[in-house]
Design a protein around this ligand. Structure first.
Ligand code: SAH
Length: 286
């Protein structure tokens, strides 16, 4: 297939996508407000989980060269310095993985939100994307990726909860193949619209219930849940490769980030990491 004929992002089921309308008109940016932060609290609390670690100096890596600049051309004018400042803040909050920091610096987060929110794109906040969902705050995206990658480039990862597609594009820079599932059809379409101009060849989007995983693409070296359930569905644990790492927020009102590692065919280890706040994981599609 020629590059010209390819439609980005690629879907699982060949490339039969129709041209899409942006869902941005569906909520009013003027009325919406960025949701409160847990990041500052988290990064302070994290110190207990980071005992023995040396506080990182603010070394900000060079951004990964990629297609991201091309997509930014038609976007609202948001200075790159704001994204750079976000990365400096991530380092202060305890993120040390250079590949993750580079990816966070490379992806223009403002392109994944309504233009009315562009000015807040590099603040450490989760921001509404419509349908009562949010784009995750930069700190938690970086933290989850750092935990999942554990210093390596992963081959195949699965994200549950594509939302607007932001985290999927950060993932595309730290993993060779990214599969992402969204249960709300208009958000799945929004992610396609957002990702298309970026022409990222290693993301595949799937509309469906992520609680069922993606058996046709399993096993995965990493699985990341962007929505909180009371437990990780067993079927997702089964779709982890041996040695694979799953990161998920667990809980209802009180949530904590957990890392689950598959240590043998029938054994998984679990570590509780830090408090967090995510939208709920829901079954079925909408
Ligand atoms: N990854 C996004 C965050 C999206 S918010 C980012 O980059 O910021 C979490 C998303 O999870 C919502 O869009 C919600 O609809 C979705 N979600 C919740 N339960 C799901 C399920 N069972 N399967 C797939 N997506 C789900």
């Amino acid at each position: 297939m020629t590059d010209k004929a390819r439609r980005f992002p690629l879907s699982l089921s060949a490339l039969s996508q129709k041209p899409l309308q942006s869902s941005y008109g569906k909520s009013s940016p003027a009325n919406a407000i960025a949701t409160p932060q847990t990041a500052t609290k988290n990064s302070a609390q994290n110190s207990q989980y980071r005992a023995g670690r040396v506080t990182p100096v603010a070394v900000v890596p060079k951004p990964v060269a990629g297609n991201f600049a091309a997509g930014a051309r038609s976007a609202p004018l948001v200075p790159d310095s704001l994204r750079r400042a976000m990365v400096v803040r991530l380092v202060r909050q305890g993120i040390t993985d250079q590949a993750v920091l580079s990816a966070m610096e490379a992806v223009p987060r403002h392109l994944f939100m309504e233009p009315g929110f562009s000015g807040q794109a590099y603040v450490d906040a989760s921001i509404p994307i419509g349908y009562q969902q949010t784009i995750s705050q930069p700190y938690i995206v970086a933290r989850m990726l750092e935990i999942m990658c554990n210093g390596r480039t992963l081959d195949r990862v699965l994200e549950i909860g594509t939302g607007c597609g932001y985290q999927a594009s950060v993932l595309s820079l730290v993993a060779k193949e990214v599969f992402s599932i969204e249960r709300i059809k208009p958000l799945h379409e929004l992610a396609k619209t957002n990702l298309r101009p970026l022409r990222i060849a290693n993301i595949r989007l799937h509309y469906g219930d992520g609680m069922l995983g993606l058996p046709q693409a399993a096993p995965f070296d990493g699985i990341i849940l962007a929505a909180a359930g009371l437990e990780v569905p067993r079927i997702l644990l089964e779709q982890l490769a041996l040695g694979g790492r799953l990161v998920a927020p667990i809980g209802a009102r009180q949530q904590e980030l957990q890392l689950i590692e598959r240590i043998s065919k029938s054994e998984w280890s679990r570590v509780a990491l830090e408090p967090c706040h995510f939208v709920p994981l829901r079954p079925g599609t909408a």
